[in-house]
Write a protein that binds this ligand. Sequence first.
Ligand code: PMP
Length: 404
Amino acid sequence: MLDVTKIRADFPILSREVNGKPLVYLDNAATSQTPQQVIDVIVDYYSNYNANIHRGVHALSQEATDKYEQARQKIQKHFNIAQAHEVIFTSGTTHGINLVANGFTSLLKKGDELLVSAMEHHSNIVPWQMLCERTGAILRVIPMSREGELLMDAYHELLSDKTKLVFCNHISNALGTINPIEEIIDAAHQFGAVVLVDGAQAAPHIKADMQALDVDFYTVSAHKLCGPTGVGILYGKSDWLTKLPPYQGGGEMIAEVTFEKTTYADLPHKFEAGTPNICGGIAFGAALDYLNAIGLEEIAAYESELLKYATEQLLQIDGLKIYGTAARKTSVISFNIEGIHPYDIGTILDKLGIAVRTGHHCAQPIMDFYKIPGTVRASFSFYNTKEEVDTLVEAIRRAKAMLS
Ligand code: PMP
């Protein structure tokens, strides 16, 4: 059982007020809050050993390099990745997906097929559309049900020898659905297709095991799991990372440069051009330490209790409809109230100190599917409480009374 009072004390931001009310932060799917333990690591970096890495002979550079590489190893261990060089530091999930999509330009031909799930974030749609434009490959969509679950029979029918790539999120940011990625990966592999799983929403809730999943690529953003913004990782199987060409050229990613020809550095540096987010990488490692000290299974169990409670309470409000009612879902509730625009609800909640997300959540195809302009999305983390759920429900009732 989590000691939520103790956990909340780790997050300075949770004790601030917004619009004269105690902050109720329910926008965790957009970005999570940062515990003091991670803030301390960031302050320590800039106070004590800020230096560029991998190229200095001086003590600070060595210290920063060691800490950065230790963070890579922490990430490797956390996701049970076979080799440290399969962890590529990125600026986040978007960067990781673009890196892979760019790399496949020379590996695809006209008429090849790519399968994308119907419930993707724009960052797992647009880079592939751009890849299709470059190569003449065709993007096909794995459909979903009204409940927000992928139609797996349709997926199996879409797979063929033409399928070269399949991409899907592990958990949907707009609906909270936990997708059956094990089945998706296995079925794709039977046709020799490569699978990229967008783990941005899953990483704060599920400790994904890269070797057990046998996934080819997996992307994570640190800011979704109590780490800083602007840093993440792309996991890639060594074979694929070796086959893909570099994404960006510059310092750090070369073996030798002459004006006639440049040779590239080995993995992971081949994909890490320029000075990286050194402090961010180290803080990412610290965020994983923080979460692992609490335990991801304990976190998931508590969040699913919060989800159940919040769902029950919200459904008691007349006219409230929840989008995404999958049997396996995480602590995200997307909803609308009949006759009221989501933005208006979000604005009133903000006046009451409650942070939720409103809009299409970078997943416009899902909104088109339900024929709605957007939703209000409340997303809960392990530092939220049932009392905060009660505050939310009460505030929605007030907003509804004001707007009806
Ligand atoms: N995919 C999903 C499922 C997400 O929730 C997000 C963040 N909202 C992203 C991708 C993009 O992540 P980032 O903005 O950190 O690159």
